[in-house]
Design a protein around this ligand. Structure first.
Ligand code: FAD
Ligand code: MG
Length: 314
């Protein structure tokens, strides 16, 4: 059948309009069915949302594998063995995360530092057996802090502490790394879209029904509206002092320690949210900015050019 040029253009417009309407109707009414699976891992609640039912098991298996290597709460993990003996031959994952943590300590001017572990223990955050230590004890533990005191030998994956008594704590970085690794496992299994929530830190793989995942971060103050972020191929991590803290003599002490002073952070910041391409860096960076306070954003934004920073103050 022969059509005039104008008729062809009209037909194309009608076809295109039909396509757009179909897409919109599909997005409105035919959102794909999502499976929501949950499990407690790494001391927190993991939630996996995907149209592919296999996603939950793939994520949970990977996170469990990493928890067994990286948890200081498990006696036989590589981190516990390192903390006891001061030297290990590490698996590739453990070696990689310690190497990245050392780099991040350097990049954040020491605000993020996994060697704060002896101080996290001293203040009672590991055993939930809180106390305010005397300043001499804090001084002694501070002498063990500094990621430059961790020696890495890449040839045989050896990790060694320079001083006895040193310890590391991956609480500010390992959940983020686990999210990156879990997302990688999903991709290897041809799952392109999934949202993983690791106790408040999320990783958004791909999209939901063709659009970015919409994630709301619960506000600290009940009178504030939740922040909504649209994410795809990104992670959002929040650090704050409002969930894990103890009160003593009217003072509040939170679980994030300033590696320079040895005291729980009081930076005037209530919470920090970082959005970045990697879970590992958004996790560590949110802790670092919480330590540094608002000025930390100016200090670090050029070094982390893809990261977006959101801060809530008192
Ligand atoms: P973030 O701000 O991301 O990290 C804060 C944490 O980092 C602190 O709690 C401390 O551990 C560490 N830290 C403090 N100051 C600094 C600093 N200046 N620089 C670097 N790090 C710092 N909890 C349990 O109760 N039971 C468990 O069995 C358990 N298992 C875990 C296993 C793994 C592998 C990991 C990573 C954590 C585990 N946790 C467990 C800890 C728990 O889930 C923490 O509450 C969590 O890691 C803190 O994360 P966050 O996102 O709230 O805070
Ligand atoms: Mg975190």
């Amino acid at each position: 059948m022969a059509y005039s040029k104008n008729t062809r253009i009209y037909l194309l417009i009608i076809l295109a309009a039909g396509w757009i309407i179909t897409l919109t109707l599909q997005q409105l009414f035919l959102e794909e069915k999502l499976y929501r699976q949950t499990r407690v891992l790494m001391g927190t609640f993991f939630e996996v949302i995907s149209a592919d039912e296999r996603a939950g098991k793939i994520v949970f298996d990977e996170v469990l594998r990493l928890e067994q290597l990286l948890s200081k709460y498990k006696e036989d993990s590589e981190i516990s063995r390192l903390n006891r003996s001061g030297k290990i031959t590490a698996s590739p994952d453990t070696f990689y995360i310690i190497k990245r943590a050392k780099e991040l300590a350097l990049k954040t001017g020491g605000a993020f530092d996994i060697t704060v572990a002896p101080l996290v223990d001293l203040w009672g955050f590991t055993e939930r057996n809180f106390s305010v230590p005397d300043s001499q004890m804090i001084k002694e533990k501070l002498a063990l802090v500094g990621s430059d005191k961790i020696i890495l030998r890449g040839k045989n994956n050896v990790v060694e502490f320079m001083f006895s008594g040193m310890k590391i704590d991956l609480g500010g970085i390992a959940k983020g790394y686990a999210l990156d690794r879990a997302a990688q496992k999903l991709k290897e299994n041809n799952i392109k879209n999934c949202l993983i929530n690791a106790g408040g830190q999320v990783y958004a793989l791909g999209k939901r029904s063709g659009r970015k995942w919409r994630v709301s971060i619960r506000p600290v103050r009940k009178d504030k509206k939740a922040d909504i972020f649209e994410l795809s191929g990104q992670s959002a991590a929040t650090s704050g002092g409002y969930e894990q803290f103890f009160l003593k003599d009217g003072q509040s002490y939170c679980h994030i320690i300033n590696p320079k002073t040895g005291y729980p952070v009081k930076s005037g910041v209530v919470s920090v949210t970082i959005i970045d391409d990697s879970g590992l860096s958004s996790d560590a960076l949110s802790t670092a900015i919480f330590v540094l306070g608002e000025n930390g954003i100016n200090m670090l934004k050029n070094k982390f050019s893809k990261a977006k920073f959101y801060i809530t103050k008192d």
